[in-house]
Design a protein around this ligand. Sequence first.
Ligand code: ATP
Length: 443
Amino acid sequence: MKLRFAPSPTGLIHVGNARQAIANALYARRHGGKFQLRIDDTDRERSRDEYVEALRTDLAWLGLGWDETFHQCDRLAHYDAAIARLKESGRLYPCFESEQELAAKREARIRMRKPPVYDRAMLRMTPEQRAQAEANGKVPYWRFRLSDRTVTWDDMVMGKSQVKLPSISDPVLVRADGTVLYTLASVVDDLETGITHILRGEDHLTNTGVQIDIAEALGARPGRFAFAHLPLLLDEAGGKLSKRFDGLSIRALRQDGVDPGAIVSYLARLGSADDPAPLSFDELAGSYDVRRVSRSAARFDMRQLLALNRRVLHQMPFAAIRDRLPEGATESFWLAVRGNVDMVSELRHWWDVVAGVIVPPVQDDQGAFLLQALSLLPAEPWDGETWKDWTGAVRAASGRSGKSLFHPLRVALTGEEKGPEMRDLLPLMGHERVAERLRIAAR
Ligand SMILES: Nc1ncnc2c1ncn2[C@@H]1O[C@H](COP(=O)(O)OP(=O)(O)OP(=O)(O)O)[C@@H](O)[C@H]1O
């Protein structure tokens, strides 16, 4: 068994693309198959090396390793061989119509209330007419003659699926400059590199009908591939995601400090019968079933992702996050703050609170109270009991309790209204820092 993720390097991958990559990787892991990363870079105008680099980095960051990888551009000779075979069997035929001619034909068909399907005029050309066109300096591009049938398959997500080939225009597979189009290159690679299962977005449904026909024209047996078409992921407003706007790119989520494990957990189960839960890749793979993915479009919801991110961080051991913590951060720091952060990027602030410099806000009318609290601050060493002992003494001396006791102290020491337990933070801050902040806040 072998699966593949085959992005075109035309932009930063977004959560929709990542959902497909994750589905393929989980399916492969679940069933002991291989996972291939194929770079679909035959469109030289839109493909960029920096996006190849970016997508490798993003997939690796998500923890999606691959067993093999290649660029379509390195396999041009294989596509040429397939093109030669299809020409020989008469399935590829040369065309000379210009864009304008085709547009005019389409309009005419629409006016006659006929479907705007290519009329195969070029298939009826005589050899003399072809020779004449070429003598006039025209260079042909090549269309694939689709079979006159309805292609059906049992889709693992969409169920019984079909594409009526007569209602589709014969696809162009070779441009006039001799370069191959994705539609053919993809089939050649899937056949020659032993792909068995194709999980991809439902934007490929019609393509699948066409590609099954091409695969069979190249000698593949019917049913050679198993297919699953996952619904497209929409943004929160129900709009289409695009590699051109990078708001929901994996890169942006990474820069915002979202944990890769949370992204994978979220996207693996979003729009399926299973609720997203903070699970490791292996745990997700253990129960992964693509048939449980819903047929309707799923919406990406940032709040749900952040809620999951919080749960992932909450249970994360120090060793797993050490590299992403601010320099010098200790295990006790992590254990103190992990239950209170939505994103890794917030850790910088909490590290400054316990080990750096923050400027606490001046609190009106609290000066005397804060100085009184300062005078009762115990000497070090401090531990998990110090906060309780200290505030107990402050309560007795000031007569305050509840919010009026704790709130001014928390704000003076952390600059925040809410946050991790003060009993955990206090020993990390140490006497000198605490005393200084009380003094500043009391001014
Ligand atoms: N919004 C989406 N939700 C889910 N899957 C998507 C979405 N957009 C693309 N995909 C899937 O991502 C995979 C990678 O495809 P591809 O790189 O062609 O993405 P694309 O975003 O459609 O890019 P391009 O605009 O360059 O064609 C395909 O399986 C495709 O079906």
